[in-house]
Write a protein that binds this ligand. Structure first.
Ligand code: UDP
Ligand code: MG
Length: 312
């Protein structure tokens, strides 16, 4: 049987460029030996993205659409999208052509040579602010240092995964998924393909600072307990300091009000930071224990009858 590759594309208010993305991808897949399906997950767009995707469905038979009932976020859109794929391998990419389709054949080649995960490694990132580049680079290096698993540097979610890996991902129901970490955790043979990350073709980033910080936080808290240990260590240091200081004050008549106030603020800060950290982990456990569905699919289109049965 002909090999089928699924491409999953999360979409959030991409009306400015979505039509071009679809055209470029369709032209690309037409030149490839494998069959392709394009699976768009609309993450609660409030613009014309959905209408534009649907209007392309009449022109191209391989376009599938899963619509969320509201904006649930990029990582959940990916998690949902892969659940609807049928391909022997699944590629995840941005819907703004920042991840160039020309890299996909190299990924497929690595896959055919026995890698179950082939991730795109950014050699450069065009059109992104220095702040984003510096903060992203610092974050990935920090995460690699502190996390319990090996998350490759400078990779986003642009990657190819074998069906075996996708099936394992589908078993994971994390409330705050950090997909690239989860894929590393799954294991199997993983390799990389380098590429130049391009500028988005249209529109603006859907990742404002707040979403970026949240992503970083969920990456840190779901793959590392270092922040908790840090809180513990800070507490120990602060306790040690106060013992030494108390002894010191007993034997000397050292009595400066300013110093007292300073250390009061210092210790209060440490306590609050530690409490906050514990709170974040506790909230993650609380969210997981609620057992709510992770996202809500309002509609699907472009799937065949038999595919639909498999989704049930
Ligand atoms: N996206 C999404 N939900 C969101 C934010 C973004 O589905 O809440 C999609 C977006 O449409 C794009 C991909 O996720 O296809 C990556 O987002 P974006 O390109 O804005 O991020 P950047 O490349 O700037 O990091
Ligand atoms: Mg992008």
């Amino acid at each position: 049987m002909q090999t089928l590759i699924s491409i999953v594309l999360p979409v959030y208010n991409e009306e400015a460029g979505i039509t071009q993305t679809i055209k470029v991808l369709e032209n690309f897949v037409a030149t490839q030996p494998q069959d392709f399906e394009l699976l768009f997950v609309d993450d609660g767009s409030t613009d014309a993205s959905v209408e534009l995707i649907k209007s392309m469905q009449s022109k191209y038979r391989n376009i599938k659409l899963v619509q969320f009932s509201r904006n649930f976020g990029h990582q959940l859109a990916i998690s949902a999208g892969i659940r609807y794929t049928m391909g022997d391998a699944v590629v995840v990419m941005d819907a703004d052509l920042q991840d160039p389709p020309e890299v996909i054949p190299a990924m497929i080649k690595e896959w055919q040579n026995g890698s179950q995960v082939v991730y795109g490694k950014r050699r450069s990132r065009a059109g992104e602010s220095w702040f984003k580049k510096v903060s992203a680079s610092a974050f990935y290096r920090l995460l690699q240092k502190v996390s319990s698993i090996d998350i490759p540097l400078d990779t986003g979610d642009f990657r190819l995964m074998d069906r075996q890996v996708v099936n394992q991902l589908r078993r994971m129901h994390e409330t705050d998924p950090f997909v690239r970490g989860m894929v590393s955790w799954i294991g199997f043979k993983q390799s990389s393909v380098e590429y130049e990350r391009k500028e988005r073709i249209a529109g603006t980033t859907k990742y404002p600072l707040k979403k970026m910080l949240n992503l970083a936080l969920s990456g840190l808290t779901s793959f590392s307990d270092l922040p908790l240990k840090l809180a513990l260590n800070l507490g120990l240091v602060s306790l040690g300091f106060s013992v030494i200081y108390s002894l010191f004050s007993l034997f000397n008549h050292f009595n400066s009000m300013n110093f007292m106030i300073g250390s009061l603020f210092g210790t209060t800060g440490l306590i609050l930071i530690s409490l906050g950290l514990v709170g974040i982990y506790l909230y993650q456990t609380f969210k997981a224990s609620r057992k709510r569905p992770l996202y809500i699919v309002a509609n699907t289109s472009g799937f065949s009858e038999s595919e639909r049965e498999q989704h049930e």
